[in-house]
Design a protein around this ligand. Structure first.
Ligand code: ADP
Ligand code: MG
Length: 627
């Protein structure tokens, strides 16, 4: 509990004690009135102050105003009637404050939960100075420095392991509880915890650019993007609050006037009381509190599972997804190619691979990484100049001053070089050296173990169409699509063609149905931002994806897509349950009060009750592990 919450609890107890004591103590007259007034002020002074401020600011109709006017009115009525029954006004305030306390406790708790989940911020980095380790602020470590991470410590910056082997716990980042092995030469991202061995890491990014910083930034900003459901509340409140205020006024004035005109007694005290009760009842606390809380809990629960959602609006869109479009390489397939053959090359296989690996030395495409790995030797970047990456086609570069091209048939056509087609299954990398065709390298990728299951689960979760887009050749694309059970497949696409295809698919959507694009952020950032919702997967390394995507899946697991959709559906379901439930109870209570069938006690009980239930329901959105 925070200090503020403790103070509120004390006020609640003091007020309740005075109230109970007054029922038994034989105090009468002015002292009795003063004690009641004291109890009222103890519990309600801040509400009165806020209501006063609201009027001063011209924003009259808020819940503080409703509470203030209703309780002061009840108090005044008790004085006028000389009934001495001030219990009601105070009890109403008391229950309201108990509700507020409960709410702030619940909100605080879920916020804490979420920041604990995201406990990935490193406090320091170790640098070796004269054989001793020195702790420095990760912010001060320059790119290319060597840091040491000991067992049990968080990896503070992104980098490459230059010495040591260990296992890493990535659960705070990915929700994946199995440890991952890491060895010399592997890339390592900040935020994971080093478990077993000492690692020496050469940093490749500054702290501000490292994975942890990006993720924390993303999570911290996520609650500021409002969804339409939240907008709905703001709009609703703007109409609702004045409407109930005028209705209450009408309830206080019209019936007595009509009765007088009809020659009856006005009974104005009774109608004024009903009007005040009507005001107390109208307070839409349950809605105002529970909806943002539900979204917050949904986003928090998802982040615990390694699904980062950048805002509640995306959660809402995701729940309406009917079409899921995938990129192939790195998304449905591993993006780790093995060289399976080299054909028609006048050069030694070794030499051809060397040209390929050198030309590819600056690219982050999975193909390039695989070729460098197949070459297997240290790459001397100084031998390579004039690198040009043509996305969706390949690479042009000069190696030792000799022009080299590595890419698909489109690249060869673009260069006007005759090439020999290949009938082997796999992705074909045609090579041209010094303007002449130099054969092709056949590389093959494998689909991820869970891709097929992921597509099945999407269909089961109500996604009506799955589509695969790829820049790879038709033969490979068709065989992957068939293996996975994807509904439609389009191959030989350049990045711009992918955007066009997604636009065409978007125009086929009907009504509220939404389209999601899932990619790895390499070559497909434009598509990620063009789709209704962009999901980047395996994005732990790629900044482009984290920036362009609306939802980031922290590991390479395609099953997470169906999971993310289920999380969003659950959360939106809870939001709608709360809206419907709160409004139904509210309108029922208002009707009962207007008819004189419910008093202030009943009204406040109903209100606090609905709020508590709605908040408990909202917290359910945090539990998404078993979806
Ligand atoms: P995908 O849609 O499957 O993710 P891309 O659009 O990234 O594929 O690439 C499409 C094709 O372009 C690849 O299959 C490959 O033939 C060629 N290509 C792209 N980048 C490179 C590269 N760095 N080196 C060689 N070929 C490349
Ligand atoms: Mg790709």
């Amino acid at each position: 509990m925070t200090k503020k919450q403790k103070k509120m609890l004390t006020r609640i107890i003091v007020c309740a004690v005075i109230l109970v004591a007054l029922q038994f103590l034989p105090i009468t007259g002015i002292p009795r009135f003063i004690l009641y007034l004291a109890a009222y002020l103890v519990i309600g002074y801040d509400i009165l102050k806020k209501a006063g401020k609201g009027i001063g600011n011209g924003r009259v109709f808020d819940e503080n105003f409703l509470m203030a006017i209703a309780t002061i009115g009840a108090f005044a009525l008790a004085i006028y009637e000389k009934s001495g029954d001030y219990n009601e006004a105070i009890a109403v305030m008391l229950f309201y404050q108990i509700g507020e306390l409960f709410q702030s406790y619940a909100v605080g708790k879920s916020r804490k939960n979420i920041s604990a989940l995201m406990d990935i911020r490193p406090d320091y980095a170790n640098i070796e100075v004269d054989g001793k380790l020195e702790k420095v602020d990760p912010d001060e470590v320059a790119v290319g420095s060597v840091i040491v991470v000991q067992p049990g410590e968080k990896v503070p910056l992104d980098g490459v392991i230059i010495d040591g082997t260990s296992t890493l716990n990535t659960s705070a980042l990915t929700g994946e509880s199995l440890p991952r092995d890491a060895k010399t030469g592997d890339e390592i991202i900040s935020g994971c915890i080093n478990m077993t061995g000492v690692l020496k890491i050469r940093t490749t990014k500054e702290f501000g650019e490292s994975t942890v910083s990006k993720i924390l930034e993303l999570v911290e900003n996520s609650s500021s993007r409002k969804s339409r459901s939240e907008d709905f509340i703001a709009k609703f409140a703007r109409i609702y609050t004045p409407a109930v205020c005028y209705s209450a006024l009408a309830l206080a004035v019209l019936p007595p006037v009509v009765r007088l005109v009809m020659g009856l007694t006005s009974e104005w005290e009774q109608w004024l009381y009903r009007a005040l009760t009507f005001l107390v009842t109208s307070c839409p606390c349950a809605l105002v509190v529970s909806i943002p809380l539900s979204f917050f809990a949904g986003i928090g629960g998802a982040s615990k599972e390694g699904v980062l959602i950048k805002g509640s609006n995306y959660l809402e869109t995701l729940s309406q997804v009917k079409t899921v479009v995938f990129d192939k390489t790195g998304t449905l397939t591993k993006g780790v190619f093995e060289v399976s053959a080299v054909h028609h090359s006048p050069l030694e296989q070794e030499k051809l691979l060397e040209y390929a690996a050198l030309a590819e030395c600056a690219s982050s495409h999975p193909i390039s990484k695989s070729l460098q790995k197949a070459y297997g030797k240290e790459i001397d970047r100084s031998r390579v100049t004039d690198i040009e990456e043509i996305s969706g086609r390949g690479i042009l570069a000069k190696v030792d001053g000799i022009p080299v091209a590595a890419g698909n048939h489109k690249l060869m056509e673009q260069l006007g070089i005759d090439f020999i087609d290949c009938h082997s299954p796999g992705t074909i990398i045609h090579m041209a050296v010094d303007g002449k065709y130099a054969g092709h390298i056949v590389i093959s990728d494998v689909v991820k173990p869970n891709s097929k299951k992921a597509i099945e689960q999407l269909h089961r979760a109500g996604v009506t169409k799955t589509v695969m887009l790829t820049g790879d050749a038709k033969k490979v694309a068709d065989s992957v699509a068939k293996e996975l059970g994807v509904d439609e497949v389009y191959s030989d696409l350049l990045p711009a063609d992918k955007v066009e295809k997604v636009e065409a698919l978007l125009s086929q959507q009907s009504g509220k149905a939404k389209l999601a694009f899932v990619g790895d952020g390499i070559n497909d950032a434009p598509v990620l931002s063009r789709a209704d919702i962009g999901i980047a997967m395996g994005a732990m390394g790629s900044d482009a994806a984290i920036e362009a995507a609306d939802i980031v899946l922290m590991d390479d697991e395609p099953l997470q897509i169906a999971k993310a959709i289920k999380i969003s559906r659950k959360c939106i379901g809870i939001v709608y349950q709360n809206i419907v439930f709160a409004l139904m109870v509210k309108f029922a209570c208002l009707a009962l009060v207007a008819l004189g069938a419910a008093n202030m006690w009943a009204a406040i009980f109903a209100d606090v009750g609905v709020m508590v239930l709605a908040v408990l329901n909202a917290i359910r959105a945090l539990r998404v592990h078993d979806l």
